[in-house]
Design a protein around this ligand. Structure first.
Ligand SMILES: [Zn+2]
Length: 441
């Protein structure tokens, strides 16, 4: 048997691994998918963002959230998908305590988009991963399990949920992780998703099978759930690929089933046998009109797409002369790239490329590294970019002095906490907090 800690970066070459991902992303709309309840419920008490529509009361009528449709089309365009002129919603029927209506409004045979691709760089080569479809549905409520009983929080029910389904085009767990990272980058740049896997607003299910090298037909797949970080996506798939290969080697049958990733043990465990599509008894949603997507609206949305990560990476190389690696780091986290550009815009120097190199070096060594050392996600520390910004303004020079200020401020946990909690979000208030922190020293 496999042990939970075993890692298999070099997986058996007699077998080919086939992976496809289904990624769900909550959309950053103000209101829910089919009612006017606010989606800003993260810090609120359970069951406070609810109404008869999202509670699934009989006799109510859903109304489509246009912004959610727009975000889904924008994502589809960024993923090179085609947008059909006609689309519709369908009922997916199943019974589960977190599903208030006893069905989920989703899209079945005519999704909002199909047939796109996402380019992933792997081992110095660019590989196109096919996108089957990007469609729109609604999130379920949340169950909180306790000893002997469970509670339900309906706040999440009806939040717009976008699903991005890939073709089974990935050939290694590492490639699946790279795809996921690239996809997250694009969603965050588009402003449609927070990209927070650890909070469940971005989730990934993976389909994985193996087949003898050279065989064309696909093997029996399993679906892996409960992965809440890029690292766990890669680890779970490594474990599962190795498990399937050992089963095949031993002449055992691999069953089509859903398996859950147990992070603490580093293994996947069986959850349930996989439903077939017809188990859901899909039929067109009778309470919603079909969607006619005008070409003019699609073109309007296309014209509003922001600069995407690949374009930014390329521009950082040509405009600022950054190395491929530096351009990559400055692009991966949008906030870091935005901050880099702010500093560059404030720099009045003739040699912009030399300055760009100095700025990116400074950001990497004095900002990114301390954050990694603190083991905090970069996003949590977006506001301290402003600390560095102020240090730079105060000191009047870019190199050396900011380091001193930054290191001085790092241990000042209270000041950092204020910033992280957003209580000192405006620039003047950050200055005030910083100055009082420094004067107490
Ligand atoms: Zn509601």
């Amino acid at each position: 048997m496999l042990s939970g800690t075993q890692h298999t970066t070099h997986i058996d070459t007699d077998y080919e691994i086939v992976i496809g991902l289904e990624v769900h992303s909550q959309l950053l709309t103000k209101s829910k998918m089919f009612c006017s309840c606010s989606t800003d419920y993260a810090n609120d008490a359970p069951n406070t963002h609810v109404c008869p529509v999202c509670m699934g009361m009989p006799g109510v009528l859903p109304v489509i959230n246009q912004q959610a449709v727009a975000y889904t089309i924008m994502t589809a365009l960024a993923l090179n998908c085609s947008i059909p002129e006609f689309s519709k919603f369908d009922r997916k029927n199943y019974s589960y305590p977190d599903l208030m209506k006893g069905y989920q409004i989703s899209q079945y045979d005519i999704p909002l988009s199909r047939d796109g691709y996402l380019t992933v760089e792997h081992d110095g080569q660019a590989r196109e991963i096919g996108i089957t479809r990007v469609h729109l549905e609604e999130d379920t409520a949340r169950l909180l399990h306790h000893e002997g009983y469970s509670l339900v929080d309906i706040n999440r029910a009806g939040t717009p949920l976008m699903e991005i389904v890939s073709e089974p085009d990935m050939r290694s767990p590492e490639e699946a992780r790279l795809y996921m990272q690239k996809l997250r980058e694009i969603l965050v740049y588009l402003g449609v998703s927070s990209g927070r896997m650890e909070e469940g607003s971005l989730r990934c299910d993976a389909n994985i099978s193996i087949r003898p090298r050279g065989q064309q037909t696909l093997g029996v797949k399993t679906e892996i759930k409960n992965m809440n970080s890029f690292r766990s996506v890669e680890r779970a798939l490594e474990y599962e690929a190795q498990r399937q290969i050992e089963m095949a080697r031993a002449g055992k049958t691999i069953h089509q089933e859903t398996r859950g990733w147990v992070e603490t043990r580093g293994i996947t465990v069986p959850q349930r046998s996989k439903e077939q599509a017809h188990d859901y008894r899909y039929f067109p949603e009778p309470d919603l009109p079909p969607l006619i997507i005008s070409r003019a609206w699609v073109e309007e949305l296309r014209s509003k797409l922001p600069e995407l990560p690949d374009a930014r990476r390329a521009r950082y190389s040509t405009e600022f002369g950054l190395s491929a690696q530096d351009a990559n780091v400055m692009t991966e986290d949008k906030a870091l790239g935005d901050y880099f550009e702010q500093v560059m815009a404030a720099s009045e120097v003739s040699d912009r490329k030399a300055r760009a190199k100095a700025v990116s070096n400074w950001l990497l060594s004095e900002v990114v590294q301390p954050i990694i050392l603190l083991s905090s996600p970069v996003r949590l520390l977006q506001r301290p970019w402003r600390i560095c910004w102020i240090c730079w303004i105060k000191s009047g020079s870019l190199v050396n002095k900011p380091k001193k200020c930054w290191m001085k401020l790092l241990p000042r946990a209270k000041c950092l906490k204020l910033l992280l909690r957003g209580r000192a979000s405006s620039l003047p208030s950050v200055i005030k907090v910083n100055l009082s922190a420094l004067s107490r020293k």
